[in-house]
Design a protein around this ligand. Structure first.
Ligand SMILES: C[S@@+](CC[C@H](N)C(=O)[O-])C[C@H]1O[C@@H](n2cnc3c(N)ncnc32)[C@H](O)[C@@H]1O
Length: 423
């Protein structure tokens, strides 16, 4: 493909991403399958352009006079990110072959006029309502938080299965496969790999035999903080794909009762092979939207983990396209859902038992506000202060709550709050 044809392809992929809900990666794969003539170098160059544009979308749209279509964003990126002079951008837009059509007068004038000072949210590359929240939550550190959240090439973390192996053994296996793992700074079970070149984790023997799983260090820390004890009754209320279920099972060392529930059966089914690989067990229970299906466990659980459905804004460094799909209304809806789920899940906790509230969100409406709503409605649940003897990360806690983020812990963004039922 010519460089110009690659630009045209990137523009059309950006339009498809904007119009749908699928991850950028999936849209790009589908494009590759439908356009077999594109070689691996072409696909790589197109993907680089697409991600570059997505991460700088706010600024590029601003430069292009508010236009959000793929063509305008690509033109903006050649000007503002690649610093190409006008003649080169025009040469790439000659309209020949499969390249994009020539620049319009308006497009030309957008990239030749002075950029001027960008509003904070444009420079940060995040929606305005998100930046307003960041300013409130992080104060002077908000730009650093925003920058790290949208920075490319997030590492790949592995959680080793301490029931089967040691971190040193897995490290050896990874080095033998010519990878360069590092120990994660917070989690004793974690190994970190660079995102580039992408390691083929699933092909490794240790993955197939359950010696390790892919899991962000933030999730590993959460599993350590809740400290599921062997011999107890534990409910992973929003189990999803089971990442945390596996972590909890590992802490429980095969002793006690572990229940993983979710409202989506397909997600629960995906946990089964993961449990088998890891050599651990859990009861999988499909529940209704109102929590129906777990009544037998009312007042019975020592620990309930609520890893609530959320905006996923803590993972935007991995899925920057999602930043532009989120609306303030959706965040409001999620806050309501999270508050309801917490009330349902709290019924399962026995007196003296604990409930943990977790999101992978960076937004206060889904984090502190939901925690506050739970506290107001459930005065019999007392906040449990997070202390260093629970985990070193507690130095960053505010009382019973903890925020993690790419900027502060080098993990994805997470919120954690812990409560104990007093009566
Ligand atoms: C953040 S994901 C869980 C991720 C999972 N714990 C992990 O570590 O891989 C949230 C999950 O909550 C589930 N969910 C949505 N509404 C729910 C409800 N009313 N009750 C319980 N789970 C719900 C979703 O299906 C989704 O799987």
């Amino acid at each position: 493909m010519t460089p110009a044809a690659r630009l045209a392809a990137a523009a059309s992929i950006l339009d498809s991403i904007a119009q749908g809900r699928q991850p950028a990666e999936v849209v790009m794969k589908a494009w590759g399958t439908a356009n077999r003539y594109a070689g691996s170098k072409d696909r790589r160059a197109i993907a680089d352009r697409v991600y570059k544009v997505i991460r700088a979308r706010a600024r590029l749209s601003w430069i292009m006079g508010g236009r959000e279509d793929g063509r305008a964003l690509v033109i903006g990126s050649l000007h503002a990110l690649d610093n190409l002079p006008l003649e080169e951008i025009e040469a790439l837009h000659s309209g020949d072959g499969y390249g994009p059509r020539p620049l319009s007068k308006q497009e030309r004038s957008r990239i030749t006029s002075v950029e001027g000072e960008l509003p904070g949210w444009v420079a940060a590359g995040l929606p305005k309502f998100v930046v307003e929240d960041f300013q409130k939550v992080f104060g002077d550190d908000w730009q650093n938080q925003a920058h790290e959240l949208m920075a490319p090439r997030a590492p790949i973390d592995l959680r080793i299965n301490s029931l089967k192996t040691t971190r040193e053994d897995v490290e050896g296996e990874l080095r033998a496969a010519e990878l360069s793992p590092e120990y994660t700074p917070w989690s004793e079970l974690g190994l970190r790999l660079a995102a580039e070149p992408p390691p083929n984790i699933q092909a490794l023997e240790g993955f197939k035999t359950g010696a390790f799983e892919i899991q962000d260090e933030g999730s590993q820390i959460i599993c350590a903080l809740v400290d599921a004890k062997p011999g107890t009754t534990v409910v992973d209320y929003c189990a999803g794909g089971g990442g945390k279920t596996l972590g909890l099972a590992q802490s429980m060392q095969g002793q006690g009762r572990l229940v993983a529930s979710d409202v989506v059966n397909k997600r629960l089914e995906n946990i089964r092979p993961r449990l088998e690989r890891a050599g651990v067990e859990a009861e999988l229970v499909l529940i209704g939207q109102n929590g129906g299906g777990l009544e037998a466990l009312n007042d019975a659980a020592d620990l309930v983990l609520v890893d609530a459905p959320c905006s996923g804004s803590g993972t935007w460094r991995r899925h920057p396209e999602d930043a532009w799909r989120l609306t303030a209304d959706e965040v409001e809806r999620l806050h309501g859902l999270q508050t309801r789920i917490m009330s349902q899940a709290a019924k399962l906790v026995k007196v003296g038992g604990r409930i943990a509230y977790v999101t992978c969100s960076m937004l206060s409406r889904e984090n502190e506000d939901t925690a506050a709503a739970f506290e107001a409605a459930h005065p019999n649940f007392k906040p449990v202060p997070l202390t260093e003897d629970m985990h070193a990360v507690a130095t960053l806690a505010k009382g019973h709550t903890l925020r993690m983020s790419p900027a502060s812990t080098g993990t994805d963004g997470f919120f954690f709050a812990l409560y104990e039922r007093a009566q």
